[in-house]
Design a protein around this ligand. Structure first.
Ligand SMILES: *Cc1c(COP(=O)(O)O)cnc(C)c1O
Ligand SMILES: [Zn+2]
Length: 401
C-alpha cells in the first residue's frame, strides 16, 4: 500500500523509506500516514495474522507473513465481579500476556521488523531491559537477523538471561539510560542498524492492531474508556491511531475516551497534564514497582499529550500500593499481569472515585504483559501456605477451606 510519514509535531512530510523515527526539524516523533480507503479483509479470519486481516491499514504488503510468531488476537476477557465491585457497567481485560514473548511489544516488533526487512537491514536493535528487549531478541532470531540489545550497566543477569537465550548480543552500557534512546538512533543511522525503540513509527503501527481487535471483539460498539499503562507513549499513540483509522474507515462511529495511566513514582506525562502543559518535562529518578512503565523521559510524551487534549482524554497516576492491590484483584479473575499491567485497573478505581466513570460505562483495561516476567512483585503480596503430615491431610484440607 501507499503511505507517507509525517511529523506528529510540525506536520512535515517524509518519504516512506525513512528509517530515522524523528523529525529533523522539530525533533518530535514521525508517524505513518495510512492510505484510505481501507477495510478489514474479511476473507482472512480473526486469529489468522495481523498482517493478513489488517493489512490494508498497515504499511506493508506481504513482508510480515514470514516473520510472524502468532502475535495479537488476544482474548478480551469480561470481568463481571470487578465491574460490580467498582460500580461500572462492564469491565474487560485485554490480555496481552498471550503474545509470543508475553507482552504487547511483539505486535510492534513484528511490524517494525517487517519494515527493517523491506529496507534490507541485516541488524536490528533496541534499548530496553525488559519486555521490548526479549521481544526484539526473539523476532531477530525468527528473521535470522543480528539483534543488538543495549541495557544499562547495572542490569542483573536474571533480567539479561531471557534476552540472551534468543542469541541476541547484549551490551551493558555505562552512562545515562535516557540518552541511550537518542544515541542508539544516531548510531543506527550511521551504522545501518534498525533500532526499533519504544515509539518508532512502525512499532506504533503494530500497536494499532490492539484497537482493531477491541473494536471487533466489542462488535464495533466502542467502549467508553480504554485505559493504557503508559511509559514512552508509543503504545498509547498506536491505540489512539487505530481507533481513529477505524472511525475514518466508517467501521466505528465514535472514539472512546483514552486514559493514559502512569505510576505516581514515574509520572512525567501526568504532571504535565495536571499543569496543562504542552511539553513533558523529564523527571529525575523513577521509583515504582511498575518497572515496565518507568521511563523518566518519555520520547512520545508530547505526542501523547497532544492526543489527550485533542480527543478529551485523561491522564491518571496511581501509587504502588494500588498497583499491587489491582494485581491481586486481576489474579482473582484468573489473569496474572505484571505490576505495570495492573496499573489500568488501579486507574479505573480512581476514575470512579473522581466521578469520571459511571455505572453505565464500559471500560477496557490493557493487561500489557504477563506476571511471570517480574516475580519480584511476589515480595509485596502476602500468601498463606499450609503444611501437614500425610496422616492429617483431610483435617488440614478442612482447615484451609
Ligand atoms: C512497554 C510496556 C508498557 C509501556 O508502553 P509504552 O509504549 O512505552 O508507553 C506498558 N506495560 C508493559 C508491560 C510494557 O512492557
Ligand atoms: Zn516536526
Amino acid at each position: 500500500m501507499d503511505y507517507k510519514l509525517r511529523c506528529t509535531g510540525c506536520k512535515t512530510g517524509y518519504p516512506p523509506d525513512t528509517s530515522f523515527p524523528r523529525c529533523d526539524i522539530c525533533g518530535e516523533p514521525l508517524e505513518v500516514e495510512t492510505a484510505f480507503p481501507a477495510c478489514i479483509r474479511e476473507d482472512e479470519p480473526f486469529g489468522s495474522t495481523i498482517f493478513a486481516r489488517y493489512g490494508e491499514f498497515l504499511p506493508f504488503s506481504d513482508e510480515g507473513r514470514g516473520l510472524t510468531l502468532g502475535e495479537g488476537f488476544t482474548p478480551l476477557v469480561e470481568a463481571h465481579p470487578l465491574a460490580a465491585r467498582f460500580h461500572v457497567g462492564r469491565l474487560f481485560l485485554k490480555d496481552e500476556s498471550r503474545n509470543p514473548t508475553w507482552s504487547f511489544k511483539d505486535r510492534g516488533t513484528v511490524t517494525a521488523l517487517a519494515h527493517a526487512v523491506a529496507l534490507g537491514y541485516g541488524t536490528i536493535g533496541t534499548v530496553s531491559t525488559g519486555n521490548m528487549a526479549a521481544s526484539v531478541a526473539a523476532y531477530g532470531a525468527r528473521a535470522g537477523l543480528n539483534a543488538v540489545v543495549l541495557v544499562s550497566a547495572g542490569t542483573a543477569s536474571e533480567k539479561i538471561n531471557p534476552i540472551a537465550i534468543y542469541g541476541a548480543r547484549v551490551i551493558r552500557v555505562r552512562g545515562d539510560y535516557g540518552s541511550m534512546y537518542h544515541k542508539s538512533l544516531e548510531i543506527g543511522r550511521s551504522r545501518e542498524i534498525y533500532f526499533m525503540n519504544s515509539d518508532v513509527p512502525f512499532r506504533v503501527e503494530g500497536s494499532k492492531t490492539i484497537a482493531f481487535e477491541i473494536c471487533e471483539q466489542c462488535r464495533f460498539n466502542v467502549p467508553d474508556f480504554i485505559v493504557v499503562p503508559t511509559s514512552s507513549g508509543g503504545n498509547f499513540r498506536g491505540i489512539v491511531k487505530g481507533f481513529e483509522e477505524f472511525k475514518r474507515a466508517g467501521l466505528i462511529d465514535r472514539l472512546p475516551r483514552f486514559v493514559a495511566a502512569q505510576a505516581s513514582g514515574c509520572a512525567p506525562i501526568y504532571k504535565a497534564y495536571r499543569e496543562r502543559q504542552e511539553i513533558v518535562t523529564p523527571i529525575d529518578e523513577p521509583r515504582t514497582i511498575a518497572g515496565a512503565i518507568a521511563n523518566p523521559a518519555p520520547p512520545s510524551g508530547n505526542a501523547a499529550l497532544r492526543k489527550i487534549y485533542e480527543t478529551g482524554g485523561i491522564v491518571a497516576a496511581v501509587g504502588d500500593d494500588e498497583i499491587i492491590e489491582a494485581q491481586r484483584e486481576m489474579a482473582g479473575q484468573g489473569i496474572f499481569g505484571q505490576p505495570a499491567a495492573a496499573v489500568p485497573l488501579a486507574a479505573v478505581k480512581r476514575l470512579v472515585r473522581e466521578g469520571e466513570a459511571h455505572p453505565d460505562h464500559s471500560i477496557v483495561c490493557l493487561v500489557t504483559g504477563g506476571g511471570l516476567k517480574y516475580t519480584a512483585a511476589f515480595a509485596h503480596h502476602r500468601f498463606s501456605v499450609s503444611e501437614c503430615d500425610l496422616d492429617d491431610l483431610s483435617r488440614c484440607i478442612d482447615d484451609v477451606l
